[in-house]
Design a protein around this ligand. Structure first.
Ligand code: RTP
Ligand code: MG
Length: 141
């Protein structure tokens, strides 16, 4: 296994319920290091560009509206197998289908307000990290 980096977002619903620390603790307890982090308020362009792959999907407008509804915490996680490990920690997109003990099972309200984002491939991770962070904002361990 290789050391990887992945992009994680604590979404507006989880920020609103003061779950930032609990969610970050899950990453650290699983062996992932937070090597960059910031709280930001996304506008339509920034959120829409981030989810551009879903532009033609029926839920796109709603997704962008949700992601701009309040601040988010964007972070880069680093560790062995980080991309898949983060997806496992997150659980299924729909919290009703998320395995017990996953972040979405424990913190998500619905498929729309589902607490966290995580990159789904090495290609996505590279694009998404560069979308939010410059190289000098990422602190190598
Ligand atoms: P994310 O990108 O946010 O980490 O979520 P994901 O990979 O688990 O799911 P994805 O397919 O990339 O979808 C992005 C977000 O769009 C919303 N969604 N709604 N109503 C629907 O059928 C539907 N499908 C997706 C979810 O909020 C999902 O997180
Ligand atoms: Mg996705």
């Amino acid at each position: 296994m290789a050391v990887e980096r992945t992009l994680s977002i604590v979404k507006p619903d989880a920020v609103a319920k003061n779950a930032i620390g609990d969610i970050m603790a899950r990453f650290e307890k699983a062996g992932l290091s937070i090597v960059a982090a910031k709280m930001v308020r996304l506008d339509d362009d920034k959120a829409g560009g981030f989810y551009a792959e879903h532009k033609e999907r029926p839920f796109y407008k709603h997704l962008v509206a949700f992601m701009t509804s309040g601040p988010v915490v964007v972070q880069v996680l680093e560790g062995e197998n980080a991309i898949l490990l983060n997806r496992e920690l997150m659980g299924a997109t729909n919290p009703k289908e998320a395995a017990a003990g996953t972040i979405r099972a424990d913190f998500a309200e619905s498929i729309d307000a589902n607490a966290v984002h995580g990159s789904d491939s090495a290609e996505s991770a590279a694009r998404e990290i560069a979308y939010f962070f410059s190289a000098d904002e990422i602190c190598a361990r």
